[in-house]
Structure formats: structure tokens, C-alpha cells
Design a protein around this ligand. Sequence first.
Ligand code: F0G
Length: 353
Amino acid sequence: MIERYREFLPVPSATPIISLGEGNTPLIYSPRLSERVGHGCEVFVKNEGINPTGSFKDRGMTVAVSKAMERGTKALICASTGNTSASAAAYAARAGISCVVILPAGKIATGKLLQAFIYGAKIVAIDGNFDDALRVVRELGETDDFTIVNSINPDRIAGQKTAAFEIVDELGDAPDFHLLPVGNAGNITAYWAGYREYLARERSTKLPSMIGFQAAGAAPIFYDRIIDNPETVASAIRIGNPASWKQARAAIIESQGAIDVVTDEDILAAQSWLAQQEGIFVEPAGAASIAGLFKWCDSDDGAHSFQKILESSRIVCTVTGHGLKDPDMIIRRMKDLKPIAATVADVRRAIEL
Ligand code: F0G
């Protein structure tokens, strides 16, 4: 990824590149979502679950870890709701340095915790939420030995903006609307930076409206106040005091976009819909953009609605993480499989053929 977009990244040729082949993720045209929106609109899904550790974090991590190596860092440190820790642990392993991850106890999706473990990170669980973990990381601070690889590290944002570049390169211009989940608000900040930079370099002719979706129980930007005890089934975005709050606000205002909320029920319904209608399996937080698209399609309310959008708009929804990371809610919904006799007759009966 760094090679492709090096001219837009703070990575001169002397920087050692730590890469796992991130980026270049599929931008999938979605006929059923397009039909649902109507008005001749085209909806595309940018599937960031198809990155080496299964989330968009890898784009930022390749740049942050490459820069950390250039500076001679011995260890990475981050707070995380799961995906940042998985990504940091993998890139640290690749770089041959150590990684410390500070996690809210009991709130990390199973797959993500397994990733941090198998990549060899030093895992510390705290009694508190993500916001507490990030506070501790900030207080520990940067030292000569440590590099913080949360999105408060500008190299993370620089790497993540390449997703916007890929979208413009593929569509031939920026889309009209860009929908994405919002947690700590680094990603919306990064996309907006990417779109503006491409416009400034005349790689595109317009900017999209940025539309962010938070989980209803963890929506500080929407409600404009810190949420002390954020709660949502989408544990990746269970954040009450986002680090890039101001930048996210700026992106929304400058782009004439919006911030809205989706309920846990909406999120899980959108997750199943996307899997069953489009064959794309994402984790709950990743489905917030799709839940948001549905909410806007089904709403008559002027400002928060696609009812009044221009005909033939192009809409991109980013889905941020792979579904296999967070199997617990789905396993609960599955019925036990009762084995039957291994005969064609029994199988035919079971599938009602
Ligand atoms: N979707 C997923 C799957 C995430 O893991 C995150 C953030 C977001 C959306 C929100 O992105 O924070 O840039 O607004 N996960 C972080 C983590 C907080 O620690 O893995 P954001």
C-alpha cells in the first residue's frame, strides 16, 4: 500500500517498510442496496474486512510501524476495542519488536483477543472501558522506547486516508456520499483528509458528504456530550469520548454531511442482511454504515433522508471489520445441529427435497 501511494505519505525511500500486503480492498457494487435507495443511485461497499488482520486498521498500522522503525522504537503500545490491538500485534511481529495492548476487560470480541494473543502481544486487561484504556496509554506517553499506535498518532491517519484514494481511483471521481461507522473518529478524519488531498492534487473534481454512524448507546458526537458508560453490541465502537472528536465534527460540517445513530437491533439486522443478500460478512460495528443507509432510506425526515438526494448519486459505504472476529452473538442464534443417518434418503428428507 505504501509503495502505491508513497507520494501522499510521510514515507521517504530511507524508511524501512513494514507491510503485510494491506490495502487494495474490494469496492463492491451492490445491486440490492442500490435498488433499496432507488433514484437511480449506485451503492458500493468498500470491504475493509479484507485486510491482513481483518480490519481497516492495517492501513494506518503499516505507516505507523514503518515510521516507528525508522525512529528505532523498541515497542508499540495501544489501547483498543480489539482491532487496533490485533493489527498492532501483527505489525509488531512482522517488524520484530514487542507490542503492549491495553484492553477493557471482558469487552473484546473473541477473534480479536485471539489475534493479539497469537501474534505475541503483551495483553493487559483493565477494569474500565476503552476511554479509560486510552487515558492510561496517553499518561504513559511516548518515550524513546514506546510508540503509541492509536489514531492519535498522525501516521495512522496518514495511512488510513489511502482508502479514500483507492475509491476515487476506482470510481474515476469521489462519490457523492460516504457512509461509515464512527468510534474513536480516526477513520472519518482520515477519509476526509484523503478526499481533500485528492481534490487539491486534481485527482478528483468533487468532495463527498461524510455521513458517520454511531451506536445509539455510544454516541457522544451525536449527543454532543461525553458518554461515561457507553454500551453497544458493536464492541469495536463502544467509545464515549472519541480522541478525534473535533476533527470528525469538522469533516461533517465542511462536507455538509451528518452524524446519526443506529440501534443495536438495526446493526445486527444490517449485519445479517449484508451476509444473506450480498455475501459480505462483517462484524457488528462494520455493519453500522449499512444500518445507517437503511435508516436514511426508510426515513421521510428531510435532513436525515435519502428521499431528497439527487438522482443517480454514487454512495460508498465502508464496512470496517471481518465478521469472523466476533462470532459470539451469532453462535447464540444458531440451533444445535442434530446428526442424521448418512444416507441419501435421510439427507433428502432433511433438506425437504
Ligand atoms: N469499525 C471497527 C470494526 C473498528 O474496530 C473501529 C474502531 C471503528 C469502526 C471505528 O473507527 O475509531 O476510527 O472511528 N476500533 C478501534 C480499535 C477503536 O481499538 O480497534 P474509528
